[in-house]
Design a protein around this ligand. Structure first.
Ligand code: DUC
Ligand code: ZN
Ligand code: ZN
Ligand code: ZN
Length: 490
């Protein structure tokens, strides 16, 4: 039957091991991984000789059908996921945006948007304001709705931004729930000042976007978030790390043993800011995202940080707008909707940039594109592994075939692509999602509504020992020895 698939003779890759073996799938689950599996002729056989058989990509950072900056991102849960599957990504985690600060209303609207799904997905929740009601609703989200991560905005002043007091309360709340606090780390006051200064100088085009919010503002906010998380003793996840400045703060914190996760995105790893200076507005505007794509040099440094483990996993921040939407900001870069594509391109560009270039191994590739994400968000080994009992979300990548990226052939609804013309070796030839072949020989075979919502439980490995550490610290403050020492010191 169509539920039975055998992938023969490929190199099966997990995050810490690879071996030539067959993979047998039945009814959406990996049943067996071993050499020479014999099957009957009711089984679809895929020959993977000379190819890599890997867990499907998990994109930790997307924005499908998101209301943002006066418009809505152009890819919804159907076209965005179709694009993902064509590029070897079989799960993504999208950000629920509350409605007027109401978490439950926001969640309900995303449940509705996601009815079109053609692959599995999970949700983070963005926190766009803070009060007691929000704090209470966070409990509901974790305990009932399968959300274990909340994103706080240190930028977007007057809209989404929260101050340090509220960030501290958010960190405390997340910690008590076993949920991971995520931050968009840019100094929002600095951005507002920078935007005014650059615009008043008469710089109104897309290049003004990069000039108005330089790396120093990202470095400052990243450092501040890290220190506040250290003060609360809560783990922290820094989304879209775009600069050396931010990366170095993460490196320093991790070296000291702090639990900080850094997520670079494909645009930051593979592009530089030169496109923002293109004389054609439509071309330049497509590169506008926040934090901005940086000058050349940041991209290479982020690649090295990813290769050496300073940064742990790769997202996209897929937040696609077409050129008509980008044109809302013609004459004022502050009004250009922020966001770039990437959900379809991530697996290919990371293979080319990191593996084909010799910076990392094939096993590390699986770790940074899939396994680490599954572990952080607590859905491993159901996702992120090719093991008996794992979900059958699998790709077959041919290292000798090549890819070419273009808006003409991509599956996103956007009429532009920030990776236009990029080519490389390593091609995802087959994608299996939920035990079904959904991408083969350049054709998508997807079923509206077939994607499942994956609930993510709280208290991932990042929380191991954290409560114990707190108890030890608090006990030390109250010990007579400590009080005597403190009294002597003053
Ligand atoms: N940055 C973007 O570029 N788009 C969505 C939100 C964000 O922080
Ligand atoms: Zn407090
Ligand atoms: Zn952000
Ligand atoms: Zn984002």
């Amino acid at each position: 039957s169509s539920g039975k698939i055998l992938i023969k003779q490929g190199t099966v890759v997990n995050a810490h091991h690879k071996v030539v073996a067959d993979v047998y799938i039945e009814d959406g689950i990996i049943v067996s991984v071993r050499p020479n599996i014999a099957v009957g002729d009711d089984v679809k056989v895929i020959d993977a000789t000379g190819k890599y058989v890997m867990p499907g990509g998990i994109d930790p950072h997307t924005h499908l059908e998101m209301d943002f900056m006066g418009t809505v991102t152009i890819d919804d849960f159907y076209t965005g996921q179709a694009a993902a599957l064509a590029g070897g990504t079989t799960m993504h985690i999208d950000f629920v945006i509350p409605i007027n600060g109401n978490l439950s209303a926001g969640f309900a609207s995303y449940v509705d948007k996601a009815k079109k799904s053609v692959m599995d997905y999970g949700f983070h929740m963005a926190i766009t304001k803070w009060d007691e009601a929000v704090s209470k609703e966070m409990e509901l989200m974790v305990k009932e709705n399968g959300i274990n991560s909340f994103k706080f905005f240190m930028a977007y002043k007057g809209a989404l931004m929260i101050n340090d007091e509220l960030l501290l309360h958010g960190l405390e709340k997340c910690k008590s729930l076993g949920a991971l606090a995520m931050v968009h780390a840019e100094n929002g006051d600095g951005v507002a000042e920078g935007q005014k200064r650059i615009f008043d100088l008469g710089i109104t085009g897309p290049e003004g976007h990069a000039l108005s919010r330089p790396p120093v503002l990202e470095g400052e906010a990243t450092a501040r978030a890290i220190r506040l998380a250290s003060f609360i003793n809560a783990p922290l996840y820094v989304v879209h790390v775009m600069s050396i400045d931010a990366m170095e703060e993460i490196a320093k914190a991790r070296k000291s043993g702090q639990r900080v996760i850094g997520e670079p995105v494909v645009s930051g790893l593979t592009l530089d800011d030169s496109g923002l200076w293109d004389s054609d507005f439509t071309t330049a505007a497509k590169y506008v995202m926040s934090p901005p794509i940086r000058k050349t040099g940041h991209d290479k440094a982020l690649q090295d940080a990813l290769a050496t483990g300073i940064l742990q996993l790769v997202g996209t921040d897929h937040c696609a707008f077409n050129s008509t939407q980008k044109a809302f900001g013609y004459g004022d870069f502050r009004k250009i909707p922020n966001g770039v594509n990437g959900i379809e391109e991530r697996m290919h560009l990371i293979w080319e940039t990191m593996v084909e270039s010799g910076k990392i191994s094939v096993t590390d590739y699986v770790r940074i594109t899939s396994t680490e994400c599954a572990k952080i968000f607590n859905i491993y080994p159901r996702k992120g592994a090719i093991l008996e009992g794992s979900d059958a979300d699998i790709i077959v990548l041919n290292p000798n075939a090549s890819f070419r990226i273009s808006a003409i052939s991509h599956h996103s609804r956007s009429d532009t692509n920030v990776y236009e013309g990029k080519t490389g070796k390593g091609k995802v030839e087959v994608t299996i999602s939920g035990g079904r072949v959904v991408w083969e020989e350049g054709n998508l075979k997807i079923t509206l509504g077939s994607g499942k919502y994956i609930k993510m439980p709280p208290f991932s490995y990042l929380f191991d020992g954290i409560d114990k550490a707190d108890a030890t610290y608090l006990a030390s403050l109250h010990s007579p020895v400590h009080r005597t020492a403190a009294a002597a010191a003053y």
